[in-house]
Design a protein around this ligand. Structure first.
Ligand code: NAD
Length: 481
């Protein structure tokens, strides 16, 4: 794995360079040093933005079909590396390898192909008859994109931004998190191998200062950010000051609404994924479980069995359900929330600390609290770990009100034997995405949040439009045939 062994590097203007400063990247399951990632400074950000600006006219004017062909090559190169990429990501952030195979291995290539296909079908210009003459409505690339991503799905979330941006004709500076600084360079290796023109994609890693410098850089035309709501607010402020377009994919505290008629087997099987996926380090997961009082004991027992039965351990083992958290900081944060849950009087039903057989790395036992008040901290704040809160409700309307009584609005699920009834409840939930009897992202449909969960949408045609400016060219006389 060259990205691990070659020392901290950045990728700027089509070339790898030794990074000016570095931070160690640690293996989540053991705490051992995996390699060194870049801690990119201002000069490296400046160079990356300059390279992206220089490459913009050429890439923006490349015919869409040719851009799509290069993106297809990039997808092939990523796929050729998929089985080492997924393993590296698992080592970096603790994601169970079963999930990493899809999310980090195959998904980015699939998304590049999707947007390569879409740009080929989307006319760059459309003619509309006007009151006087006609208008050419033109879609142009927004320009240089500063893309900032978190560590939890490092390859997938970078691809959420890269694929539509490259398809639209934008050039990109990708800033990865320090925790997952190594795998980000795989995009750079693949870009070189696929013949992506120099400067179209530049890759850096670094912390808050690196990100902040990129956000406010005068050479950046658009910011696309995935991360916490707290940092999202800072970025939104800065982009407001600069009047710079920004897409924000932020935190969540989504609710699973279990209706009275739900089949509990299906529900619990589905919640294994919807509530615990990636060790609880997933923005859209259902960390609040709304259970009808009429079946409350039954629901808590079934969830307790699910939580206690999850296999915790080596994330590289295909049979593992829950691996370690990404860092000691994240583990301590999650343990702090578990203490807050106990202090607030919630009933601890399963888990509640560090598993006795996992003294190394950053493990936390899957944890279930029952009898939680929706106003408690563990029901209102994003924990970002394997901790669920069960909240009782009396009526369907009360369940909807509780689901909506949150600062966030990103995901959610509704579980019922009657899919139409569940869909009506889904319609009443104030959120950007919601699943009926399951939760599976659809790359062809918009993904994003309302309220403190974000601004704008990724995925689907809407995700492409986020990287395009519209220009109207008014013309006198009839349009040419
Ligand atoms: P974070 O906000 O701490 O960091 C995210 C990224 O922003 C990192 O690359 C970080 O280095 C950078 N950053 C930090 N401070 C910055 C600043 N002042 N200016 C510019 N960049 C800065 O989040 P995290 O802990 O890495 O990730 C977890 C969070 O991400 C959770 O809140 C989770 O819900 C959210 N998330 C949201 C989605 C979504 O699609 N809505 C997806 C995944 C994760």
């Amino acid at each position: 794995m060259t990205v691990v062994d070659d020392g901290a590097r950045v990728f700027i203007g089509g070339r790898f360079r030794a990074a000016e400063a570095s931070t160690p990247v640690l293996e989540a399951a053991t705490g051992a040093r995996l390699g060194d990632g870049a801690a990119a400074g201002e000069a490296e950000v400046d160079a990356a933005v300059a390279a992206a600006r220089a490459a913009l006219p050429g890439w923006a004017s490349t015919p869409a079909a040719d851009r799509a062909a290069v993106m297809g090559g990039l997808a092939d190169e990523l796929l050729a590396r998929a089985s080492s990429t997924d393993e590296l990501c698992t080592r970096e952030n603790g994601m169970p390898i079963r999930l990493s195979r899809g999310a980090n291995g195959f998904f980015p290539a699939g998304l590049l192909r999707y947007y390569a296909g879409l740009i080929g079908q989307t006319a760059a210009e459309e003619i509309r008859p006007a009151a006087i003459g006609h208008t050419i409505v033109r879609r142009e690339p927004v320009g240089v994109v500063g893309a900032i991503v978190p560590w939890n799905y490092p390859q997938a979330l970078a691809a959420f931004k890269l694929a539509p941006a490259l398809a639209a004709g934008c050039t990109v500076v990708l800033k990865a998190s320090p925790e997952t600084a190594l795998d980000a360079l795989i995009f750079a290796e693949a870009a070189l191998a696929a013949g992506l023109p120099a400067g179209v994609l530049n890759v850096l890693a670094g912390g808050p200062d690196t990100g902040a410098h990129l956000v406010s850089h005068p050479g950046v035309d658009k910011v696309s950010f995935t991360g916490s709501t707290a940092v999202g607010r800072l970025i939104a402020q800065e982009c407001g000051r600069l009047l710079r377009p920004v897409t924000l994919e932020l935190g969540g505290k989504s609710a699973a609404v279990i209706l009275e008629d739900a089949d509990l087997d299906t529900t619990v099987k589905g919640l294994k994924n919807a509530s615990f996926v990636n060790n609880g380090q997933t923005c859209h997961l259902n960390s609040r479980i709304l259970a009808p009082k009429s079946r409350y004991g039954e629901v808590v027992d079934a969830l307790a069995a699910l939580t206690a039965g999850l296999k915790v351990g080596d994330p590289l083992d295909k049979s593992t359900d829950v691996g370690p958290l990404v860092s000691s900081r994240q583990r301590d944060r999650v343990l702090g929330y578990i203490e807050a849950g106990k202090a607030d009087g919630a009933r601890l039903v399963a888990g509640g600390g560090i598993p006795a057989d996992q003294p190394d790395g950053w493990f936390v036992s899957p944890t279930l609290f029952a009898d939680v008040d929706n106003s408690a901290r563990i029901a209102q704040e994003e924990i970002f770990g394997p901790v669920l809160a069960v909240i009782p409700y009396e009526t369907e309307q009360q369940a909807i009100d509780l689901a909506n009584a949150s600062e966030y609005g990103l995901g959610g699920t509704v579980w019922s034997a009657d899919a139409e009834r569940a869909t009506d409840v889904a319609r009443a939930i104030h959120t950007g995405t919601v699943g009926v009897n399951d939760y599976q992202l659809d790359i062809a449909a918009p993904f994003g949040g309302v309220k403190a969960s974000g601004l704008g949408r990724e995925l689907g045609p809407e995700g492409l439009a986020a990287y395009q400016n519209l220009k109207s060219i008014y013309r006198i006389g009839p349009a040419a045939e």
